[in-house]
Unconditional design. Structure first.
Length: 428
């Protein structure tokens, strides 16, 4: 990105990834020392946005904004005019929030003036559905960036490396280290800003990790508070009630509607899944895609789930960090089972070579449905299915129940090679 900003003619970079993954920080560090104009259209009026850009233009480039600049379209024309003589970068945060007219003009001027101007355009977005629509647009402008960067959360191995760098961690007991690894994954989801804050706190035990996450000025509170206000916008109250109900254990659309007391929430759930990329729509592994009554919804990032389980409600009743931390620590032994399912599922994907990883459950309405299976994973290279039950310790394991569930699952798949396992805290 830095190299592109130094080239002879205009360049275009696209940076995308889920909220909080570090897009803005990456761009700030990559372009530090270069003249940059930051366009942040989300949640403010056009007049306030123009005031911000006028101040930046004069401060960064020493060029006063002319009096006849009265709209974002005027500003875009102005920047491409001065771009023939001045080299600078334009960074647009959440560029999908630009008006269609402004974005269309920006694309057209880029296509016409790219080789005769010196503007380094960097577009940032968390809206992956918008990005897909843009990629399918027949217009040539902005379809083929010079640099396309997708940022993702830290892997489990990277999170382990962070914990191991905290003084005292390597000398801790195996149970404490396992619990802290779960806590770091459960509260951060690998999001760099949250992981960095926990590392800087310098205390690694699970209770300390939880307390750090639920403090008054925590990275989690800033991150997810920003998503609620900036991404979900004016309909945030409706969306938050859905997210909170899922964090409290409702998974099917019927259960979510019953808990929230709302009517048909299909449209809201679709937007949270497809537009905002906060939820995933899940089916049992190896289901045919046509079975009714099996669809469940879950958070894509465990950090957001943790926040809605323990931070969000308290935040709206007068945030009390001590009370939030005490409740989360008290509930952690039970809540951590939920985290363990995601942790081991992620590990099988990242480190075990399993491609299709999920869970198995029976359709709603089935008479005497069984509990389900926590993890079902398919390994293509060995044509093998792994199924696993999750317990914090072996004493909690009900082997008879697990055998019944595995037999019911195996009968449905008719697959001869099923490897049954128990994962506990010792396996973390």
């Amino acid at each position: 990105m830095r190299w592109l900003s130094e080239q002879q003619h205009s360049r275009f970079s696209l940076v995308y990834g889920q909220p909080g993954v570090g897009k803005t920080r990456l761009v700030r560090e990559a372009l530090g020392g270069f003249p940059c104009l930051w366009v942040c259209p989300g949640g403010i009026t056009e007049a306030l946005l123009l005031d911000s850009l006028a101040a930046q233009t004069e401060e960064v480039m020493g060029i006063p904004l002319p009096d006849n600049i009265r709209s974002m379209e005027d500003f875009v024309n102005f920047t491409f005019n001065i771009g023939h003589d001045v080299s600078f970068s334009i960074i647009v945060k959440e560029f999908q929030d630009l008006s269609p007219e402004t974005f269309s003009l920006m694309r057209r001027l880029w296509g016409v003036n790219r080789l005769s101007t010196h503007i380094n355009v960097v577009l940032l977005t968390s809206d992956l559905s918008f990005l897909r629509r843009m990629d399918q647009d027949p217009s040539a402008a902005f379809k083929n960036p010079d640099s396309r960067i997708q940022l993702a959360p830290f892997t489990l191995a990277e999170q382990r490396a962070v914990l191991e760098s905290i003084p005292g961690f390597n000398e801790g007991s195996e149970v404490d280290k396992a619990d802290s690894a779960l806590a770091l994954f459960g509260v951060s989801g690998g999001m760099p800003s949250i992981v960095a804050e926990i590392h800087d706190c310098g205390r690694w035990k699970a209770g300390n990790v939880i307390s750090c996450t639920l403090s008054s000025h925590s990275a989690s509170r800033r991150l997810w508070g920003g998503v609620i206000s900036d991404v979900l916008g004016k309909n945030s109250e409706s969306y938050c009630s859905i997210l909170q109900s899922i964090a409290q254990g409702s998974r099917s659309q019927a259960d979510i509607e019953a808990r929230t007391g709302a009517g048909n929430l299909g449209g809201h759930l679709a937007r949270l899944e497809q537009d905002y990329c906060l939820l995933g729509r899940m089916r049992p592994v190896f289901s045919d895609g046509k079975s009714r009554g099996v669809v469940r919804y879950g958070f894509l990032n465990p950090s957001l789930e943790f926040w809605f389980a323990f931070g969000f409600a308290l935040d709206h009743k007068g945030f009390n960090p001590d009370r939030a931390s005490a409740e989360a620590c008290r509930e952690w032994p039970l809540y951590s089972i939920r985290v363990m399912r995601r942790f081991f599922g992620r590990r099988l994907k990242e480190e075990g070579g399993y491609s299709n990883v999920g869970a198995w459950w029976e359709p709603a309405g089935k008479s005497h449905p069984l509990k389900g299976i926590d993890i079902v994973a398919w390994k293509e290279s060995e044509k093998k299915i792994l199924v696993a039950d999750i317990c914090r310790d072996e004493e909690s394991f009900d082997s008879d129940s697990f055998v019944k569930r595995v037999n019911r699952f195996s009968a449905g798949t008719r697959h001869p090679k099923v490897d049954a396992r128990l994962f506990t805290l010792k396996d973390v």
